[in-house]
Design a protein around this ligand. Sequence first.
Ligand code: A3P
Length: 304
Amino acid sequence: MPVSSRYFALVVFLLILIIFFGYCLTTWNSDTTKKIVNDGANWKKRLPKAIIIGSSKSGTRALLVILKVHPDIKACPDEVHFFNREENYQHGLEWYRARMPKSTGNQLTIEKSPAYFTTRSVPERVYNMSKNIKLLVIVRDPTIRAISEYTQLALKPNSSLPKFENYVTKNQKTVNKERGIVKSGVYIKHLNHWLKFFPLSQIHFVSGEQLIQNPATEIKLVEKFLNLRPLITEKNFYFNKTKGFPCIIGKIGLHGKKKNGCLKGSKGRKHVPVASDVVKLLQDYYRPFNQALYRAVARDFHWA
Ligand code: A3P
């Protein structure tokens, strides 16, 4: 072998050696740093600093699952129903805290129980726990929301609900305002009750429709509201044509949490068919309430 080739081989070998040792050193360093950070992170269960309070069947699960991807969020996997169920509330705040996941002091614990938004006793109880808490409300066209909730109820085993058209109207001529699934969609009334305890600056409204059409853009607004680092981007979503919804590619950064996939089948299911005149009846009923909501939150959700 000529001398120049031997030199070349030696240089290449040395370079490979340097790269290899460099890699080992950074891996060792980051693992050690991670261990030190984790050990000093003070992992414990904390009361939530943010709650998704509603509204049911508007995308509350999707919102929670997407936020969970963020490394600064610790989400409670189950709906706790602490503030709205008497038997749970009686257990006190330590019972509630015990249901939360462990978090570091820098992470934000979040819970979602969609019935909070519409239950009268809840705002004062939440206020008594924390007057600085941040509240998220995801809303969707209330007519579609009502059909979604009805579909869920009608699919329950042994359900004996009348047809949707008869359930939400009186003789298909006027809206039956007393029905729970109708009342839930009068968002402005529920909001006004929350505003007796919290300023609007502590309540953020998420568009259920936009969370499906432009999830990254809609989540950016949530990150801003929660003072989170803006980490969730378009790259965290893919559109699943069979499901007809965006699904999640979870990993953010080197040590991000991996949470890939779509929501389960009960989310995004086919709705019962509804006669168009009853759809119109509901739309006409909700319109003035919707307009009042747009004004109150300074955002037009463009519902029918
Ligand atoms: P439908 O099943 O009526 O389509 P919640 O989690 O509050 O019960 O809301 C359920 C709704 O979330 C679904 O209602 C669906 O429209 C909506 N949704 C929003 N983003 C979704 C997603 N990425 N995957 C599935 N459903 C989603």
